[in-house]
Write a protein that binds this ligand. Structure first.
Ligand SMILES: Cc1ncc(COP(=O)(O)O)c(C=O)c1O
Length: 368
């Protein structure tokens, strides 16, 4: 009888079935200084005060950061009127999402997310040997019914992005309330608000109100988008106290740096920069949607700092060809075939000159 013997260490089952996260491209061969509209970064940069705070941290390089991020914790709690002890800080929301998966998922458990949901949820769940259930999103929106149909006794987490990436759509306050009301209390509803500040629809909610009193709701937020601090990696979760306690037990103790904590505090105080960033998106988002819609492209209504655009399947006018056409002209946008959207491109709202140039380029592309 032969017994299979490993000749080298093997990853545990499932790990090598995971497709690694694909970040937005930043380079195009043969094009110098292309403009990156592929990662939903803040096109205005970051707050001057945050930059100063970052520079000032140079004298602290030899010191471990405050593991509890006390000053930042107090600042976020004040800004959003939350209880400081219910906040958990991470190395970007990305780490917080991993911690949530690790705290709740055993092999054989499952998570439910939208079919176009953000890729990181599934990666973290699969790393815990959990099953990922994707609920169909008719019209690129979460359907509460479709989510609920997939909940069973092994469901531990539901991930809703509010508003969603890559679609830009959102789940209304009433829909979220209905979803939450229908969930068994042992299921945790995670509302990822990476783009929440850019939403202006009166039916939108960032979920913090629901999270204040519910025992099974977590809201995550980030400094990467509105604050333009993506490089510094600060995300946070507002959780029920018992969940914050669990997450903190497995969190790496020094997961957010001194420079990042201090810059985030300074950025939070710079409400002028936040408002300018928000207003920029609120002005150019409908403009881009209207202009691109006028070219006959299919615009998915967005509440985020990007728009998702559907292209025809006709050769010469496909999303893939449009992506290359734009790239050759120095505009890097995001192909989203890996999200099951091969006919769409996601474009971050740029500066005025970027937005106008992208519209001009796509006008030429569609007119060919
Ligand atoms: C929906 C969503 N959640 C979370 C993240 C990650 O954010 P962070 O930079 O805080 O890790 C992103 C980043 O693109 C995102 O789009």
């Amino acid at each position: 009888m032969s017994v299979a013997v490993n000749t080298r260490p093997e990853a545990k089952p499932g790990i090598l079935d995971i497709t690694a996260y694909q970040p937005g491209k930043a380079k195009v061969d043969g094009v110098e200084n292309p403009v990156k509209l592929s990662s939903n970064e803040n096109i205005l940069g970051s707050s001057e005060q945050a930059r100063e705070a970052f520079k000032a941290a140079v004298d602290t390089l030899h010191i471990y950061p405050d593991s509890r991020a006390t000053v930042l914790r107090e600042a976020v709690a004040r800004h959003f009127d939350l209880e400081p002890e219910r906040l958990v800080f991470g190395d970007g929301t990305d780490e917080v999402l991993h911690l949530i998966n690790q705290v709740f998922l055993e092999p054989g458990d499952n998570i439910v997310m939208g079919q176009y949901g953000f890729g990181a949820y599934a990666i973290g769940a699969r790393a815990c040997q959990a099953e990922v259930r994707e609920a169909p999103e008719p019209d690129h929106r979460i359907s509460v019914d479709e989510v609920l149909k997939r909940v069973d006794e092994r469901t531990r987490l539901i991930f809703i992005t509010q508003p969603a990436n890559p679609t830009g759509t959102f789940t209304t306050r009433d829909e979220l309330a209905a979803l939450h009301a229908a969930l068994p209390p042992r299921v945790t509803l995670v509302l990822d608000g990476a783009y929440a500040e850019f939403a202006d629809d009166p039916r939108f909610t960032d979920g913090l109100e629901l999270a204040r009193t519910a025992e099974n709701v977590i809201v995550t937020r980030t400094f990467s988008k509105l604050h333009g601090l993506a490089a510094l990696r600060i995300g946070w979760a507002y959780c029920p106290a018992h969940i914050a306690d669990a997450l903190d037990r497995i969190r790496a103790p020094f997961n957010t740096s001194i420079a990042a904590q201090n810059a985030a505090v300074a950025s939070l105080a710079d409400t002028e920069f936040q408002e300018r960033s928000r207003q920029h998106v609120l002005y150019w988002r409908p403009w881009l949607a209207q202009q691109l819609g006028g070219l006959g492209l299919d615009i998915v209504p967005s509440q985020a700092n990007f728009v998702l655009i559907g292209f025809p399947k006709t050769p010469g006018h496909t999303a893939k060809e449009a992506e290359s056409f734009l790239a050759r002209r120095g505009w890097i946008v995001r192909g989203v075939a890996n999200y099951g959207l091969p006919d769409h491109l996601r474009i971050t709202i740029g500066l005025e000159e970027h937005n106008r140039a992208v519209v001009d380029a796509l006008t030429e592309f569609m007119g060919r």
